[in-house]
Ligand binder design. Structure first.
Ligand code: NAI
Ligand SMILES: NCC(=O)COP(=O)(O)O
Length: 339
């Protein structure tokens, strides 16, 4: 097993599937079957009692440095109790401040050099908002927590969803669809493309990244007949990016951008809105997709699914996406370290 700094896993909403998928993933990651390479050990930041209720051995530790020695026999936990009783499937806003604290502590442990990357189990947005959490999600919260940390390159955050050989990166994230025409600006598209280009090199080891750009309108606007953004915003942005040295396409019709042969032509695709990226990713691999945040001083990944309150506590939540998130964080951290 690889020793060194562990990954930090945050428990997410304790009433969701987070504790369950962490517990289900642990034996698979601690003792990988067949030819799979062992991953970096992880330590969980969250409520040790909630985790212990999932039926796997759990061992409180004092710090991430103790994780590697424990990981082979139990799930190492930096115990921080949820203040309100945890009932699977019933999120309680009273626990939301602790959920936010776990994320903050996770980020701190990486910034202090004790952890190598962050893997976040899902949080539910509504109970977080109800308790005063002012960020749309992890992505923006973690960006804020790392804003003063020096970072060489174009700063994100950029949300990337990945499954199989598709890496889909978002220009806008959780915004109403009727705001897209104002939000899809050349400045935003260009910044995201630069972050993705640099991250493909830094975090994925791709020396000469090939990027595709998705169009906003059907048929990429059909020369302006069904929408002008391709003519006025996207193509000029693509031309300027190419002049900077990026290998990026003009805006391409999104309906023919995600099939197998199309995907082979690029390393990452710049998508303009949430569902444009997430529908292909989740269709390609609903169980194994991963959400990663690009352009930050730390590595952060997450399963691509949410809190699954409808199934939490029933023992049926699948851990595939969480396992893929741990593996990806481990690989990204190793690639970034080598550069
Ligand atoms: N990274 C994060 O923290 C994310 C958080 N969310 C949040 O999760 C909450 C619920 O969102 P939904 O749209 O209902 O999406 P969801 O992903 O929680 O659930 C969608 C469907 O997938 C199933 N599902 C989810 N995880 C599963 C697993 N591990 N194994 C088997 N089945 C699974 C659920 O039972 C449900 O039928 C929302 O508050 C949303 O904001 C959603 C996506 C990511
Ligand atoms: N739909 C993806 C999602 O909600 C993830 O958000 P975040 O918590 O990773 O920012």
């Amino acid at each position: 097993m690889t020793m060194g700094r562990p990954l930090i896993v945050t428990m997410g909403d304790p009433a969701g599937v987070g504790p369950e998928i962490i517990a289900r993933a642990w034996p698979i990651l601690a003792t990988p079957p067949g030819p799979l390479a062992p991953v970096t050990p992880f330590v969980v930041v969250g409520d040790a009692d909630v985790l212990a209720a999932q039926g796997q051995p759990v061992e409180p530790v004092l710090g991430p440095a103790d994780a590697a020695a424990v990981f082979g026999r139990a799930i190492p936990v930096l115990h921080s109790p949820a203040p309100a009783p945890v009932v699977p499937g019933r999120p309680d806003p009273a626990n939301a401040p602790a959920v936010a604290d776990w994320i903050e502590r996770g980020v701190d442990l990486i910034l202090s050099g004790e952890g190598s990357g962050l893997v976040t189990a899902p949080i539910a947005k509504a109970p977080m908002y109800a308790s005063g959490f002012r960020f749309p999600g992890h992505t923006e919260f973690i960006a804020e927590l790392t804003i003063d940390v020096p970072f060489r390159g174009t700063r994100g955050p950029v949300m990337m969803l990945t499954a199989k050989n598709l890496r889909a990166c978002l220009v806008t994230i959780h915004v109403p669809i009727d705001q897209l025409p104002e939000l899809v600006t050349a400045e935003r598209v260009s910044r995201v493309a630069r972050v993705v280009h640099e991250s493909m090199k830094r975090d994925f080891g791709i020396a000469a990244p090939r990027l595709a750009m998705a169009a906003l309108n059907p048929h990429a606007g059909e020369g302006g007949a069904i929408g002008l953004q391709e003519v006025t915003v996207l193509r000029p942005a693509a031309e300027a990016l190419r002049a900077e040295g990026l290998n990026i396409t003009d805006p391409l019709p999104a309906d023919t951008l995600f099939h197998e042969e199309a995907r082979a032509r690029y390393d990452a695709v710049v998508c303009l809105y949430h569902d444009q990226a997430l529908i292909p990713v989740k269709t390609l691999d609903f169980w194994g997709g991963v959400n990663a945040t690009l352009g930050l001083p730390i590595i952060r990944t997450s399963p691509d699914h949410g809190t699954g309150f409808d199934i939490a506590g029933k023992g049926i939540a699948r851990a595939d996406s969480f396992i893929a998130a741990v593996r990806l964080a481990s690989e990204m951290a190793a690639t970034r370290r080598q550069r």
